[in-house]
Design a protein around this ligand. Structure first.
Ligand code: SAJ
Length: 412
């Protein structure tokens, strides 16, 4: 059997390498010549623990090969981005391009799996695109129980940083367009997944993935709202949540400077876009989390007012702890906006990067070490709970005013 993986990014490449490591021949397809060449040399173009070793081994034994042009295979797995466009509308153009690319090489009996996180109905839309782009068939033959191509949605659910482990150990939701599609897809996943494979239809599978990330977003929004209420009522929100979580049926997540990354800050909008009138709580949660950076900025501005010459140190730029990923990062936004406000000198500390990102380059911000920041600043803004920051003591803080969005000093 031959499996083709379309899109060799954070999800596609690890998936391709893991399947190849089970002795199955895998062809990876990507539009980036650089990615294709790097992989064919047994190297990787993305950062993920142990991925380099697995890719190198698979390429060396000839089980994994990358190409720019699709070729025939028994199964195709699509793992391309699904970002949103202006107005929070899902952008399915990468899925459409993937359908266009593989349609000419599809053969009767092939399995096509959509792994990308997608709005409800995207898998049905994919099946329609495949039919449209296949010259040899007309649309009605393509869908329903009689379809000659089996289509299923099996959303990826792995946590960046633990991808290789979670790819194998997580349970998988398998949403076939028909029962037969689900059975075919299950057989493929069983070759490398140790978790359970649970079947459903494609629309439920799409909604399940969006629900997981929305659940987390709503819970974080609750925590963020509590943090603002607690400030008003002069209560320490960290102590409050720790106490409430002592109840056996309460489990509140942590407040922060806002929600970042390309999953939790994006996926709930797909539900809102599909059901704008009904998705009231999910929309409000997004608005609460998106509004948190402005609240933090107001707090910093108040803190800066206490000094004649404010020197503001922003601790962390990444979207979460101990990674170098700056995508959709509230910490980055807050730092950029503070610089635009001209309320003082701005220092940025980010132990996981070595130069300022493009978004901050034209601004009056200096990237400094934590030690320099602690020496010079009179206002500290904790934006990310990196391990280096967790190690700070009350002596480091001294007489500085601290805006602590991650609760690092709540017990110090
Ligand atoms: N955050 C908080 N408070 C918390 C937890 C997180 O403010 O208590 C913030 C983080 O700082 C970050 C954002 O939320 O800015 C998102 O981080 P995250 O660690 O919650 O999630 P991601 O985006 O790295 O990965 C999520 C995971 N989804 C769930 O846990 C339900 C992962 O399993 C998914 O595969 C991934 O989204 C995805 O690709 O959809």
């Amino acid at each position: 059997e031959k499996v083709s993986v379309v899109g060799l990014g954070y999800i596609g490449l690890p998936t391709a390498a893991v399947i190849a490591s089970r002795g199955i021949e895998v062809i990876g397809i990507d539009v980036s010549e650089k990615a294709v060449n790097t992989i064919n040399q047994g190297k990787v173009h993305i950062v993920e623990p142990d991925l380099d070793m697995v890719v190198q081994a698979a390429v060396n034994v000839g089980k994994l090969r990358a190409t720019l042009t699709p070729e025939p295979a028994q199964a195709f797995m699509i793992a391309v981005p699904t970002p949103f466009k202006d107005g929070h509308k899902p952008d399915l153009s990468y899925i459409q391009s993937a359908a266009k690319a593989i349609a000419p090489v599809l053969e009767k009996g092939n399995l096509v799996i959509l792994e990308s996180t997608s709005p409800v109905g995207a898998t049905e839309q994919l099946a329609e695109w495949l039919a449209e782009y296949r010259a040899d068939l007309t649309f009605p033959q393509q869908v329903g129980e009689d379809a000659d191509i089996q289509v299923a949605h099996c959303p990826e659910r792995v946590l960046p940083g633990r991808v290789l482990e979670e790819l194998v150990s997580n349970d998988r939701i398998i949403g076939g367009m028909t029962k037969r599609c689900s059975e075919r897809a299950t057989a493929l996943y069983k070759t490398f997944v140790r978790g359970e494979c649970i079947t459903t239809n494609s629309r439920t599978a799409e909604m399940a993935k969006l629900t997981e990330n929305s659940f987390r977003d709503v819970n974080i929004a609750f925590a963020n709202e509590l943090s603002v209420i607690s400030d008003e009522l002069k209560i320490n929100v960290w102590e409050l949540i720790a106490l409430a979580n002592r109840h056996p049926r309460v489990n509140i997540l942590s407040p922060g400077p806002g929600v970042g990354g390309h999953c939790i800050a994006v996926d709930p909008w797909f539900i809102v876009d599909s059901a704008p009138e009904s998705a009231r709580m999910i929309r409000t949660a997004r608005e609460i989390n998106d509004g948190k950076p402005d609240y933090v900025i107001q707090q910093v501005s108040k803190a800066a007012d206490e000094f004649k010459r404010p020197v503001i140190a922003c601790l962390g730029l990444a979207f979460k702890a101990d990674i170098d990923d700056l995508r959709e990062s509230p910490a980055l936004d807050i730092t950029a906006k503070l610089a635009d406000m001209n309320i003082g000198e701005i220092l940025a500390v980010e132990p996981n990067i070595h130069e300022l990102p493009p978004k901050l380059l034209d601004k009056a911000i200096s990237l400094v070490s934590l030690k320099d920041a602690l020496d010079k600043a009179n206002v500290l803004v904790v934006l990310v709970d990196h391990k280096q920051f967790k190690a700070m003591t009350s002596a480091d803080i001294n007489s500085k005013v601290v805006v602590d969005t991650r609760g690092l000093f709540s017990n110090k």
